[in-house]
Design a protein. Structure first.
Length: 133
């Protein structure tokens, strides 16, 4: 079963589409490798993917953001963030062979500076200044 429909992807920008495809591919690699699913995702992984897609969809930084790991605004709940990091640690190296173009795009997105509403963020105290005005 395909989690992200092509119709749903048309609603988002190219960058968000790529992020959604990347997290879906990583979840499939993780679930197949760890939970031994033959096709699709187990209920736990499907729930985590649904949560991650929702976070990407509601991202406050839109097109100006770097990867979620380097983002100055953490939208994930701590427990969910920990789970997604675990998935990415497992699936990341395997993505290089299975989906090289998505991997390269993800690496380049990670090189972008952390930006918040046009201001480059270098330290976490800069985030506080931005929010407080």
């Amino acid at each position: 079963m395909k989690i992200i429909s092509d119709r749903m992807l048309d609603m988002f920008s190219k960058k968000k589409q790529r992020e959604m495809k990347t997290i879906e591919k990583m979840m499939r690699i993780y679930c197949h490798g760890r939970h031994k699913t033959a096709a699709g995702l187990c209920p736990e992984c499907e729930g985590l993917l649904s949560y991650a897609l929702q976070r990407i969809h509601h991202c406050p930084l839109k097109e100006n953001k770097t990867t979620c790991a380097k983002c100055p605004v953490h939208c994930y709940k701590p427990a969910m963030r920990k789970k997604v990091r675990y998935v990415m640690r497992y699936a990341g190296p395997r993505m290089t062979y299975r989906h090289p173009f998505l991997t390269i795009h993800h690496l380049f997105d990670g090189l972008k500076p952390r930006v918040l509403s046009g201001h480059i963020i270098k330290k976490s105290k800069d985030i506080l200044r931005w929010f407080l005005g």
